[in-house]
Design a protein around this ligand. Structure first.
Ligand SMILES: [Zn+2]
Length: 56
């Protein structure tokens, strides 16, 4: 289990060991959707507030 810091509220966010780059996780503290920008170093950013657009 890794941890990083929520860019919104600066709470500590737990990152599952099997998390993938670009995976979305929710901050348990403020509920913001966060995107794992990078795993090494572990970097989080606020997920864009749009639906995933697969294909087309
Ligand atoms: Zn947060």
């Amino acid at each position: 289990m890794n941890t990083s810091t929520c860019p919104v509220c600066e709470a500590t966010v737990s990152i599952p060991a099997d998390a993938m780059q670009n995976e979305l996780i929710a901050c348990a503290d403020c509920g913001s959707e966060l995107e794992i920008i990078s795993l090494s170093p572990l970097t989080l950013d606020v997920a864009p507030d749009v639906e995933e657009d697969w294909g087309e």
